[in-house]
Design a protein around this ligand. Structure first.
Ligand code: UD1
Length: 433
């Protein structure tokens, strides 16, 4: 385990380049094994979740060649339909292999996914979708998810709730399912459109991704493709929040500003300046920001994956804010850590009531999950004195070289292993100014 030692108080300034979207890439890597022909994926983020997914498909028999840090070539012709990698339990996106394998081989066996501990994460919508395509689905002893079918057949599926994972998973299987599948009440996140675009580049026939209804005419087989993953909306949003919280000035490059609209709107509302260019956004904050009411919703609403970062920003803003978490039932665990730094936040059910304070004070805090970990780093960048953020492995699941990027923007942050003496690192940072 590693930790970040942070000396707070420096505004972030400069340019930062955003990597490919982790959540799109998880679906795309799974989809890549659905063809026997070579697939080249570009702009793939070099983060833990993706590397575990690549290892898993390698263990299943796929050939995975890393052409450079952000490009891989995958040949899925030798893939088996059984996923044995126990690491897959530690990440959410592993369930996409179920849809991919079911579509390609009509059978799949995958360990039940885990991922961030942000509340109960049921999968009954995935199961419902697969069953409607004609598969027999079971969760067997030990949490192994199995799906098989003698024949799959296109179907009209109405999801009971809007789920990113179920939408992508059933879309994967339906791409190779004979007949027409109509998915209603689907999620519309940018990464759903990206996975659909990738599948279409392999010869799938998917229409309507990004709207409430997706129509998929199953094709007999998919072919090879070269495809670049879209930029990561959440990584971009995190740097936007870091710029605003530190009263900095950041040019955030390689983004699709349209995907950031909900974040941009809230930042502008509380007094930050956001300048949109074609493929970059600049965020400038000079004054203390004001309060806001935030409610997380599925896209195009305010993303739940930006909730902890936004709460951190509002903890420092003037006035009383509320943040309502509508997607996950246990996503305020980091609030205790912020409180220990001096924030004034009360959580009642799924609502955080935040009374803005003028400063935070450095403390030793622990990342409870990926996005909350990033939020605590932002708190550390603003806090007076030194902070230590523990369990940064969570952060590394989804942020590539987070501390390296922050350092290049002027932050005083060092990654140290758990057995290193953090006081010595802090003293060194003090001398550095
Ligand atoms: C994905 C993202 C995650 C993001 C979330 C919401 C990936 C790998 N992860 O997670 O970062 O926070 O979307 O934008 O892309 N639900 C059910 N039954 C189901 C499926 C979901 O009740 O069968 C519920 C969930 O518990 C949750 C809500 O639906 O309350 C949304 O979940 P979903 O959109 O499926 O999120 P994930 O795909 O797990």
């Amino acid at each position: 385990m590693s930790k970040y030692v942070i000396k707070g108080g420096k505004p972030l300034a400069g340019d930062v380049i955003i990597n490919g979207a982790k959540n799109a890439a998880l679906g795309i890597v799974a989809a890549a094994i659905m063809t026997d022909e070579p697939v080249t994926i570009e702009n793939l983020p070099d983060v833990w979740d993706i590397n575990v997914m690549l290892d898993a498909i390698r263990n299943m028999g796929a050939i995975v060649d890393r052409i450079d840090k952000h490009t891989v070539r995958i040949v899925g012709s030798m893939c088996r339909s059984i996923v044995e990698d126990e690491n897959m339990r530690r990440m959410r996106g592993s369930y996409y292999l179920l849809g991919a394998l079911l579509g390609k081989y009509k059978q799949a066996q995958v360990p039940l996914p885990g991922g961030c501990n942000i509340g109960s994460r049921p999968v009954e919508q995935h199961i419902k979708g697969f069953r409607q395509l004609g598969a027999k689905v079971e969760i067997t002893y030990g949490g192994i998810f199995t799906a098989e079918a003698t024949e799959l057949k296109g179907s009209h599926i109405f999801f009971d709730i809007v789920s990113v994972g179920a939408t992508i998973n059933v879309m994967l299987a339906a791409s190779l399912t004979p007949g027409m599948t109509i998915l209603e009440n689907v999620a519309k996140e940018p990464h759903i459109v990206d996975v659909a675009n990738f599948l279409n580049s392999m010869g799938a026939n998917i229409k309507g991704a990004g709207t409430d209804v997706i129509k998929i005419r199953g094709v007999e087989k998919l072919h090879g493709s070269t495809y670049a993953v879209i930029p990561d909306q959440i990584e971009a949003g995190t740097f936007m929040m870091a710029a605003a919280a530190t009263k900095g000035d950041l040019l955030i490059k390689n983004v699709i500003p349209k995907h950031l609209e909900a974040i941009t709107a809230k930042l502008t509302e509380i007094g930050a300046e956001v300048i949109e260019n074609d493929d970059s956004v600049r965020v400038v904050a000079t004054e203390r920001l004001t309060s806001a009411q935030i409610k997380t919703f599925a896209y195009p609403g305010f993303p739940t994956d930006m909730q902890p970062q936004m709460t951190t920003l509002l903890a420092l803003s003037n006035g009383t804010s509320t943040v309502t978490e509508n997607i996950f039932d246990n996503r305020f665990k980091y609030v205790d850590e912020l409180t220990r730094m001096g924030a004034s936040i009360k959580v009642e059910g799924n609502i955080a009531i935040i009374t803005g304070v003028s400063k935070l004070t450095g403390a030793t805090i622990c990342s409870p999950d990926l996005r909350a970990g990033a939020a605590l780093v932002i708190a550390g960048l603003v806090a007076e004195g030194f902070s230590t953020v523990e369990q940064v492995e969570y952060i590394e699941r989804g942020y590539e070289e987070f501390e390296v990027k922050l350092k290049s923007l002027g932050a005083q942050i060092e990654k140290v292993s758990d057995d290193e003496d953090e006081d010595r690192v802090a003293r060194k940072m003090s001398f550095a100014g």
